[in-house]
Write a protein that binds this ligand. Structure first.
Ligand SMILES: NC(=O)C1=CN([C@@H]2O[C@H](COP(=O)(O)OP(=O)(O)OC[C@H]3O[C@@H](n4cnc5c(N)ncnc54)[C@H](O)[C@@H]3O)[C@@H](O)[C@H]2O)C=CC1
Ligand SMILES: CC(=O)[C@H](N)C(=O)O
Length: 326
């Protein structure tokens, strides 16, 4: 099918993205296709893609819980790099623990075994949610106590440890970044604790009213999607010998709902913000890092963010404003 790539494209990695139809996967595919060629990057998920996604490059059905199906896709498409994005996020994970355990833990086992068997370079994202109430929260370093209290966090600590174990035991080229809450304009978050920081922009434009499900002073690390995807590509391209670790924190900014609302009100002064706390999300947020220490990423492979809070808010309104005018 999409094996008819051009000669120059054959020098590039052959990429598979699992769980690619969520908040982050489509943007990642776009970035990787620009770099490695359209046909060298296969987006996959268990959901049906929108027309614009389907026609923008190769898409294939892949259920990470189906080991044989996943292995067949890796073999038939001669995959060399795998970005494993499938997951249930923190809030939806608490609402369906058995499914989160299956997707986030059993699914990861399938991915690890196939990656090790076929000598893939494997990226698995972790999260600020891999820390818990007994971790130092301000700031949170790469190496410290990790006792998360969500199935999401537990599964991500498991992924970090299993990936590192496969690296040291079997030589798997495993790379992992702990993402903050990611903010994007053209894709919706999939059921996390940081989702409010995306919703506020849509509500500010549509209704001028926003009801926040976290307390006004809840401080969490956040990042604009372009920085997140840039870091992901950079760590995958970094020479192996520059990586003193296999799991890194990355950071860009940290803010509270109140601080975000104030910045948003510079663009939409009439925005009214009210607070109706969701107890599950609040308890999760209260156990997560407030500030993230990413000095090791900056030192080892030159990580540097481009977007701070004012830049993020301006970029979001530029994008959403253009969209609502078109
Ligand atoms: N968006 C964020 O703020 C952050 C995301 N991350 C991580 O980045 C990765 C991508 O996140 P998002 O795109 O936001 O997630 P998302 O929840 O928006 O998308 C996850 C995708 O996984 C797919 N999926 C579920 N079960 C599957 C299965 N059995 N087989 C294949 N695919 C399946 C879903 O259909 C969905 O499209 C996740 O691993 C997440 O933990 C980490 C920290 C922050
Ligand atoms: C920070 C994350 O991992 C995610 N956005 C969530 O809130 O669950």
């Amino acid at each position: 099918m999409w094996d008819s790539f051009s000669f120059s494209e054959s020098d590039h990695p052959r990429v598979l993205i699992t769980g690619g139809l969520g908040q982050l996967g489509v943007g990642l595919a776009k970035l990787l296709r620009k770099r490695f060629g359209r046909n060298n990057v296969i987006l996959s998920d268990i959901r049906k893609p929108a027309d614009n996604v389907f026609y923008s490059g190769p898409f294939i059905y892949t259920d990470i819980l189906d080991y044989k199906n996943l292995r067949e896709i890796v073999v038939n498409n001669r995959i060399t790099w795998l970005f494993h994005y499938s997951a249930l996020l923190s809030a939806v994970g608490e609402a369906n623990v058995p499914l989160a355990r299956a997707v986030n833990i059993t699914g990861l086992h399938n991915v690890l075994d196939i990656a090790a068997e076929h000598n893939l370079r494997l990226f698995v994202p972790s999260t600020i949610g891999a820390f818990g109430p007994t971790s130092p929260r301000d700031p949170t370093p790469d190496l410290c106590i990790q006792r998360p209290r969500t199935i999401y966090g537990v599964s991500k600590v498991h992924a970090e440890l299993m990936g590192e174990y496969y690296h040291y035991r079997y030589g798997l080229d495993f790379r992992c970044l702990r993402y903050p809450g990611i903010i994007s304009a053209d894709s919706q978050p999939g059921g996390g604790t940081t989702d409010y920081a995306v919703q506020i922009f849509h509500d500010a434009i549509k209704t001028g009213k926003f009801q926040c499900n976290l307390k006004p002073d809840t401080r969490l690390p956040m990042m604009y999607i372009d920085d997140c995807l840039k870091a992901t590509l950079e760590v995958m391209e970094a020479p192996s010998e520059t990586l003193s670790m296999r799991t890194y924190n990355i950071s860009a900014m940290s803010f509270t709902p109140e601080e975000l609302a104030q910045e948003v009100q510079k663009h939409v002064p009439e925005l009214q913000v009210t607070y109706k706390v969701d107890d599950v999300r609040q308890a999760i947020a209260d156990s997560w890092p407030m500030n993230f220490d990413d000095r090791n990423a900056r030192r080892d492979w030159g990580w540097k963010h481009d977007y701070d809070l004012p830049e993020l808010v301006t970029t979001m309104f530029n994008f959403l404003g253009e969209e609502s005018r078109s």
